[in-house]
Design a protein around this ligand. Structure first.
Ligand SMILES: Cc1cc2nc3c(=O)[nH]c(=O)nc-3n(C[C@H](O)[C@H](O)[C@H](O)COP(=O)(O)OP(=O)(O)OC[C@H]3O[C@@H](n4cnc5c(N)ncnc54)[C@H](O)[C@@H]3O)c2cc1C
Length: 375
């Protein structure tokens, strides 16, 4: 087969835009296609902000990936002149023996990452918007911060084009076939051939992967709240990003607003499940009410009526780890999905790893826990 492209990337959100960039930068002839026009607000990579942290509560094995990711985000900023990362620090909050605090400390200790353990009083002194219970502590990581997802995607796509990549938006992949040495990708606007294929369609991956992986799409409802008083306390610099253990079953997270949009707060667990095209994109009153209650309890200085409510999709795996590697049926097809509510910070390094796999059939990073066939 005379391939027109070296690699086709199907889905150009957080992960696919990074993959297209790294592949093109390494000299591959890349075609990137997306069903919508990224960055857009129908998938998993919108809503102004994402938490970046290196001391990693989901497992120490993520630390080397987070460290490299940070380096790559900063390089992307230099290369494109776009603001993609703000190192405003991060607080992991809860009782000293809760999983959030314990696992964060464990991974920081294992990799010698700097952190500070703050009591409730220390936290209130340094970051006065945070009113912890007396029995709670905060692990402060100065190197943590906030990524701007729309800007990250825009930067990766712009740089991918600069490196010769062709990008087609509003062009859904309908189906693909593969055989040794080539893939054929059928899209709404045409049929394309390449040597290799990357499937990075986020919440729509289950429809494209072509083998069974237990991915579950869950709709989340983050909201933005303006301060009722003391607005300076909520500004970046005085208000680090946070993850807060509220109960055994419930964590909330949040980030400062950078452009007057307000403080973002969301609940990590729970939400409507279903296929992405079937899930309602309007939040229910009950969902907003739950958030209001949680915010009132933790941040009494915020106005309890949100100024904006959004919906966004997690794509969860049963173990919370990603799905990344060669397709079990075809060595020239690579799958990237199941980012389970914590994948954005890794887009830059995962883009590089996808390029390693697609170009060299191997990577120096340990991605065994992401094996697509582990379930
Ligand atoms: C509310 C919320 C908060 C989060 N907070 C954090 C956080 O603080 N830190 C963090 O690290 N992570 C966080 N995450 C997780 C992170 O945002 C996701 O893991 C990440 O964005 C997933 O990227 P993706 O590329 O897989 O999906 P997307 O960015 O959704 O990209 C998939 C793309 O594929 C395209 N597509 C779909 N079907 C087709 C098709 N048939 N043909 C062509 N293209 C197609 C879509 O249009 C889309 O552009 C959060 C997620 C949510 C929802």
């Amino acid at each position: 087969m005379n391939a027109v492209y070296d690699v086709i990337v199907a889905g150009l959100g957080g992960i696919g835009s990074a993959a297209a960039y790294h592949l093109a930068k390494r000299g591959e002839r890349v075609l990137g296609v997306d069903r919508f026009h990224p960055p857009h607000s129908l998938g998993s990579s919108h809503g102004h902000t994402r938490i970046f942290r290196q001391a990693y509560l989901e497992g120490s094995s993520y630390v080397p990936l987070a460290q490299k990711s940070c380096e790559l985000w900063k390089r992307l900023e230099r290369e494109t002149g776009k603001d993609v990362f703000a190192p405003v620090g991060g607080l992991m909050i809860g009782p000293p023996d809760c999983p959030i605090v314990k696992s964060t400390v464990l991974s920081a200790e294992r990799y010698g990452l700097p952190y500070q353990m703050l009591t409730a009083a220390d936290t209130a002194r340094r970051f006065p918007a945070y009113l912890l219970q007396r029995d709670e502590v905060a692990v402060y990581e100065e190197a943590a911060g906030v990524l701007f997802p729309e800007s990250c995607i825009q930067a990766h796509l712009t740089a991918a084009v600069r490196h010769g990549s062709e990008i087609q938006t509003r062009n859904p992949v309908l189906q693909w076939t593969a055989r040794n040495g080539g893939v054929t990708v059928h899209t709404e606007k045409g049929v394309y051939q390449a040597e290799r294929l990357v499937l990075s369609a986020g919440a729509w991956n289950p429809q494209l992967f072509g083998f069974t992986v237990p991915l579950e799409v869950e709709r989340k409802v983050p909201a933005w709240f303006q301060p009722a008083e003391s607005p300076r306390m909520f500004e970046p610099g005085r208000f680090p990003a946070f993850v807060w253990h509220c109960t055994k079953e419930l964590n909330i997270y949040g980030l400062p607003g950078f452009n007057g949009e307000g403080t973002k707060v969301g609940v990590h667990q729970g939400g409507l499940k279903g296929a992405p095209d079937d899930l309602p994109r309007q939040a229910s009153l009950a969902e907003v009410e739950e958030l209001r209650r949680l915010v009132a309890r933790r941040f009494p200085l915020l106005n309890q009526t949100p100024v904006t409510v959004d919906t966004c999709l997690y794509t969860n795996t049963p173990d919370g780890h990603f799905v990344l590697g060669p397709h079990p049926g075809y060595q020239n097809v690579f799958v990237a999905g199941g980012f389970s509510g914590h994948g954005f910070k890794f887009c830059s390094i995962l883009g590089e790893i996808i390029a390693d796999l697609a170009i060299e059939s191997q990577t120096d990073f340990d991605i065994r826990m992401f094996s697509p066939t582990r379930f």
